[in-house]
Design a binder for this molecule. Sequence first.
Ligand code: KG4
Ligand code: ZN
Length: 349
Amino acid sequence: MKKSIKIIKILGIETSCDETAAAVVEINNNKISILSNIVSSQVDLHKKYGGVYPELASRAHLENILPAIKAALEKANSKLENIDLIAVTAGPGLVGSLLIGVETAKALSYANGKPIIGINHWLGHIYSNFVEQSPPFPILNLIVSGGHTGLVIMKSHQNIIQIGQTLDDSAGEAFDKVATMLNLSYPGGPAIEKEAEKLKATSYNLKPIRLPRPMLNSGDFNFSFSGLKTAVLYLTKKLGKQKTRRLRAQIAAEFQQAVIDILIGKTLQAAKIHKPKSICISGGVSANIELRKQFKQKVKKIIPQSSIFYPPNLLCTDNAAMMAIAATFQDSRKYSNWSKIQTDPNLKL
Ligand code: KG4
Ligand code: ZN
């Protein structure tokens, strides 16, 4: 952040997947305040497909982007002329979705002569953990969302290295697809979490179900969730008509536990090697209460020298406030004029 500027206001814009989001964030002497955080959700649009339908997502972004920006400015009691910087998600994500946010941000930057910065979506999730808390370095980040799953080591704000990622589906995507298989609602994460809870309330003696934990002991920090998803598919097919309500809750609970075991297992393997002071979990799946509970217990037991951090609930799933916050931690030499900003659906950290 520029040292000479005491108070700056940043307009954040995020359209990398299926949420059209705009936010205004104020930095006053290093204190971050979220003045507005508008998320126009497309959940109803994608519900019947059990996942994001890219063409529909970009059309909806086109319709929603200006109303979302207008609402964010109004809620923050701000006008475009009072904005000091525009921060927009440049990638990774769905290209048709990203382009709407990036080109809108560039047009606003051009028309108002405002500096702009393109932000990596992963950085946004990482910095969602920097509101009202400052996790000490080195930080091990687990980013776990609908579009991404990976591990990132941060030795400082400038030294950020990705050490692992999913080789196929993200954990959130697996939650969404498995929910569809079990006839649960979309998005799948909260629905499976609720279904799994039902099992705790039953006192029946159930025959155990065991699903695989793919790549848990692969010796690297990569993930794979497609085999787990397919295992659920075969299991539901095999059970066919015998699929009772109790069995559904049991599959949901075992699937959720398999994902939790993989996420915690890999993160702790990385923590043993990289010895972080902080472990920061972010992204939509980080809202899962059972995941949080078990993470806390395991970290306390296995690596008590590390502290665990989560974002506020509102910043777990995609939003534009986290993109604006990420921008405040970037070197001000990266702020540029509109012509330098490019969309990159495969952007790396
Ligand atoms: O961060 P996000 O908005 O997406 C991307 O960056 O792509 O996260 C959305 C994902 C969805 O797949 C959703 O099912 C999952 O996060 N999710 C959850 C929970 N809440 C949202 N997964 C597990 N448990 C939850 N409570
Ligand atoms: Zn995300």
